[in-house]
Design a binder for this molecule. Sequence first.
Ligand code: ADP
Ligand code: MG
Length: 699
Amino acid sequence: MPSHNPRNQDLQSPCQYLKGVGPARAADLSRLGIETLEDLLRHFPREYLDRSRMTPLGQLKPGERHSVRGTVLVSGIRRPRRGMNLLQVMIGDETGRLELVFFNQPFLKRMLPNGREVIASGEIGSFGQKLQLVSPEIEILDGDLDSAFPHAQGIVPVYPLTRGVNQRWMRKTVHALLEQRELMESVQEILPREWLDEKKWPLRESAFRQIHFPDAENAADSALERFKFEEAFLLQLLGALSREQFRKEKGPHLPDDSPLLENFIKSLPFQLTRAQEKSQGEILEDLRSGRRMNRMLQGDVGSGKTVVALGALLSAIGAGYQAAFMVPIEILAAQHFRRWQERLAALGVRSALLTGSTPAAEKKEILSELESGELPLVFGTQALIQEGVNFHNLGFAVVDEQHRFGVRQRASFHDQGRPHVLIMSATPIPRSLAMTLYGDLDLSIIDELPPGRPSLVSRRVGDGKTGQVYDYVKERLEKGERGFLIFPLVEESDKLELQAATERYEELSKTDFRDFHCELIHGRMNGARKAEVMERFASGETQLLIATTVIEVGIDIPEATLMVIHNPERFGLSQLHQLRGRIGRGTMKSYCILLEPGNLGEQARQRLEVFVKESDGFVLAEEDLKIRGPGDFFGVRQHGMQDLRLVHPIADAELVALARQRAQAMVSRDPQLMAADLQPLRELLDRLYRNRMPLAGVG
Ligand code: ADP
Ligand code: MG
């Protein structure tokens, strides 16, 4: 990418430009995501060793981390057993002695002759009376301290490494890079000075120095905070720019509340909750603004997102536009269609269902009616965004359970007459995470459940009591209720696990549950077969479904009141919550039983305990994130988690909120970031997020 600033180009030079980096080393670095000098600067330490204070050997305490400096007094090698080589090095200073222990590094003996000075860091252990440092980080001093810098003095960085790249090399190389005055001077500040002053954050160049080789511990903290904010801010800026671009576009103008919407709401057997009304209001405001909507609607399982979406979609239809409702799987599409078709028809709105298994003749007719504009509403799967589907005037598109769709699929409605888009998330995500991951979307949140839900009770039971649990399930099935037995398939593609689930199904349907009609459902079955199985379960012909995680999405069967989850410890809390959301949707009291193995670890036990006590999906999602970290968080894996190198969406929620607010303000003031002082910022955005930059290229 060409740049106006020739010095900047230097930081963009490949690492091979550095002394001591040949093609092999460059390949090693590239495994760490480091290609350019700037990447190297952005490769931050994972921790630090404090070598600014050396503890006198006489003052060491077992169990604490210390850095020490001493002289080698004596050393020796032992072979306690075959294949193991133990090097013991006794060091001393005026106050005491300490033994350093190294495993299988006999070559170190030569490098540590008696009288050689050495610095060592690590956690102090003890062996009888003797204090030890086992496998310490060491620096061998050949002469004065300065020759060993940057490893020996001050606060020393510890980097994430990869094969072929050791700590010492990394420190030296980064240090040498920081020493290149001219290069470092080309690091331009991208944030307004006032923001830095307010938080006492260092300038960017100084922040790079302080994060690698801090003058003091808190200098590193402050630099890190600055870079966290920077990361959050850049992502929010991308989001704000793309929201702005969406807003600039004219959306289908939907003037007033059409009577259709009102009639629909009136026809419902319940009143909207306050939270539903609020979200509805936010959506309608977008629709009346004349600008295009690109909004995410979030809500817990069962919070009633569907009626809000339908209401909005009807106001588009009322204004003469077509609407589409897309969900990721056939069963769900069919369910929505079946459930709403009649109510909508009563309001004069005809609808159709289009999925991969729609018969050819029917499909042809639907497509032709969509093209002519005769058909106002279509429910369906990805089939809706395939070649050959041409709407006459699509005004509103709903994308449900969006985590199943890629970003590109979400975007594909954009080519169909640029409709308003409402995206619904199946997994409640804490607000700060949603803001980070979906910075390009406006956000509405339904944060309350409809009243008068029958109670749903969750319990942990040891799997030693499986027989009793099954007996209880049988008792309730006999009364006409329906249930799920869940066997976890963490990856639906795992053949062995699938086979295990299948065998369990065959066994159970011949033994414990032979008097009932059981069926198996899993993710490798094709859509049509899954739909048939679900159909029989919904109609009551099938009483017990033995299932993998495939049922996690919005299946709605009011008679389902029982769920037994085997090996619940293998699921995240959000995923368990999603599963549990399949029961307790009717008027009867429902039970979710976690059959957990006896040898469960303490942490897993605590997690499951949180789950059975807590019914709020947003809270569970936060717990999940705290425990498992964002990388494993259910449902968002494919959505930009890799962008979060420094920011933790829960721990750094305040920074994220501040970043969003400032990004929005900046874009409102200067939608193209044209101001002269914003150019370094623009260039950085363009470099880091080249493919996603909503603005025209720089330069
Ligand atoms: P989700 O947000 O999980 O998609 P749904 O839209 O499927 O939830 O709604 C769950 C159930 O609650 C549906 O049966 C729906 O008809 C019902 N429902 C929605 N809103 C209300 C309300 N305000 N009062 C009572 N029941 C409601
Ligand atoms: Mg739903």
